[in-house]
Design a protein around this ligand. Sequence first.
Ligand code: RB5
Length: 142
Amino acid sequence: MKLAIGCDHGGYELKLEVMKHLQARGFEVTDAGCHDSSSCDYPVYAKEVTSLIQKGEAELGILICGTGIGMSMAANKEAGIRAALCHDVFSAKATREHNNANVLCMGARVIGAGLALMIVDTFLDTAFSNDERHIRRISYYS
Ligand code: RB5
């Protein structure tokens, strides 16, 4: 599965941890930036990751900023993007099963790397349920 990942300065260190983990798991990961911890604007990187998904160059995306909130707001403005801000494993599983979320957002100032990696694994390892009721509900906003 092809993945895209992006962050701002607030998420840079956690992104490095997540990328190392994903590469160890054998995923092909496109790093859309940012590429160091100097101050930058999170919407730029939300756009980079979501456009890779829109073009079919990535199936799922991960966006990390300080809180995860700015990234999720920016990503959800983009067509075909269903971005979920998750800071617990239950939500990461439920949002794949129920919302068919295609972008996971996390806040590096909210959770530590240990929990973040569990959330990432849960998100990537959970499939959409394909239940008719969930397909119908997603169609309201997709
Ligand atoms: C950057 O200071 C911070 O505002 C950003 O990382 C994010 O938390 C925005 O939602």
